[in-house]
Ligand binder design. Sequence first.
Ligand code: PEP
Length: 251
Amino acid sequence: MTRTITPLIAGNWKMNGLRSAVEELGELARLMTTGDAPRAMVVVCPPATILHAVANRGATSGILAGGQDCHPAASGAHTGDISAAMLADAGAQYVIVGHSERRATYGETDELVRAKAEAAIGAGLRPIICVGETEAERDSGEAEAVVAAQLAGSVPESGGEHGVVVAYEPVWAIGTGRTPRNEEIAAMHNRIRAVLVERFGDGGESVRILYGGSMKPQNAREILAIENVNGGLVGGASLLAKDFYTIISAV
Ligand code: PEP
């Protein structure tokens, strides 16, 4: 039996946002506190340079902060990297791991993504573990098998606990304005739920499964209404407070 899960809408600002972007968060906070109370949990994942400011600014309006990546090690000689504990220290409660841009650009493997997720859990963060097929994999009918394999490799053994989140993001839908058909999203989310329940039993029923990839004000309502879509991971449309708030309000 599927439990009632409070949806989660997470914004991934990627490599966008100087200190002045914290103003945009002020606008989101204003919309969230003066408009209808959101029926979703809201997380914003800004660049690490403004994470602390975003965490502080969002605190009074229920906007949580998240990192966009973390190193699997707790500390050490890893120039340029950020540990999960550092993100937590800066005010993060969530961290995205295994985003397809990192898998593609830095060759991140499922094994590394799993280690990052474990590090996040160890630091008290909730990892948002990204999975998703390429266009070629979808065209050849392998999408569900690819995603199942990514789940097996990337989600830690304790994946049914600790508030672990899975984000299904078809690579070909990210930043392209294209989305899968609703039936395709439904089929994939049902498959992900089945994989999680098979592996984690009861715990797998409570894992949030987000959809990500060109979610925008125009399509959010119908995507968020699909069974086993427990929220969204939003890139481009999270950069403008008005658009992001419209998506949050679509829950
Ligand atoms: C993302 O990169 O996580 C994402 C979903 O991007 P967009 O919404 O811009 O497609």
